[in-house]
Design a protein around this ligand. Structure first.
Ligand code: PGA
Length: 264
């Protein structure tokens, strides 16, 4: 892989708060985080609060380098879909990113590869950056099916996405067995899957596009394991759940990641 192209992939670290924090909790976190963030970090990062806290967090992030994202989006543009939120609503609420196909959505809301693909189309139409989650369950890893499961998910996600748009996608490899369990994939395990994801993109869109797409790792990231993960060639950042709930721990992750990434 050419260093010139690799270095174009700016690290991206994303906080996924899931269903945590009321509006006032979200405000306290954001104030504390912004107070302590070093000014010269060469990376992107973003916070994905629950929908209801997006306006409050947006207000505090205004004029800063910190991006804002949502945790899900409807595949529909508008209409009678009680409880859903559309991509245009998220865009107008100030979101830059949206997490799509998280394993908790796939598991608890029965989201399929085809629904994930529709949501990606809806997000791209509104110029949101989809963070598309893929990853195998424990029994799939034990049956040696990790790469085939992840390849199927990536191929499904990319259906009918033109290459001009694919460059804007972000993938997140999140082994389901590592989410919220304290078990992290080893850097070698993660790198193997990240490379497989990049290869699927390469087969479909060519190497230039595949080398531009950022692929994050997610699953029990902590300040003390982020550095080793980030030293892998195809790991471009992290999607952080539990360890993003405290400002100091998220700051430690963001800072450590950058130190390591610059050594690539
Ligand atoms: P975790 O969650 O860091 O708590 O494992 C990551 C995620 O689900 O995005």
């Amino acid at each position: 892989m050419s260093d010139a192209v690799t270095s174009h992939r700016k690290p991206l670290i994303v906080a996924n708060w899931k269903m945590n924090k009321t509006e006032s909790d979200a405000e306290s976190f954001t104030k504390e985080f912004l107070k302590n963030i070093p000014s010269s970090l060469d990376r992107d990062f973003a916070i994905c609060p629950p929908y209801l806290s997006i306006p409050a967090v947006r207000h505090l992030l205004k004029g800063t380098a910190v991006g804002l994202g949502a945790q899900d989006v409807s595949e529909h543009a508008s209409g009678a879909y009680t409880g859903d939120v559309s991509a245009s609503m998220l865009k107008q609420a100030g979101c830059d990113y949206v997490i799509i196909g998280h394993s908790e959505r796939r598991r608890y809301h029965k989201e399929t590869d085809s629904l994930v693909n529709k949501k990606i189309h809806a997000a791209l139409k509104e110029k949101l950056i989809p963070i598309v989650c893929v990853g195998e369950r424990l029994e799939e890893r034990e049956k040696n099916k990790t790469l085939s499961v992840v390849r199927r998910q990536v191929t499904g996600a990319l259906e009918d996405i033109p290459s001009s748009e694919t460059r804007n996608l972000v993938f997140a490899y999140e082994p389901v067995w590592a989410i919220g369990t304290g078990k992290t994939a080893t850097p070698d395990q993660a790198q193997e899957v990240h490379l497989a994801i990049r290869d699927v993109i390469k087969d479909q869109y060519g190497s230039h596009t595949s080398l531009s797409v950022r692929i994050l790792y997610g699953g029990s990231i902590k300040p003390d394991n982020m550095g080793a993960l980030m030293s892998c060639e195809d790991i471009d950042g992290g999607l952080v759940g539990g360890a993003s709930l405290l400002p100091q721990s998220f700051l430690d992750i963001v800072t450590y990641a950058v130190t390591q990434a610059s050594e690539k």
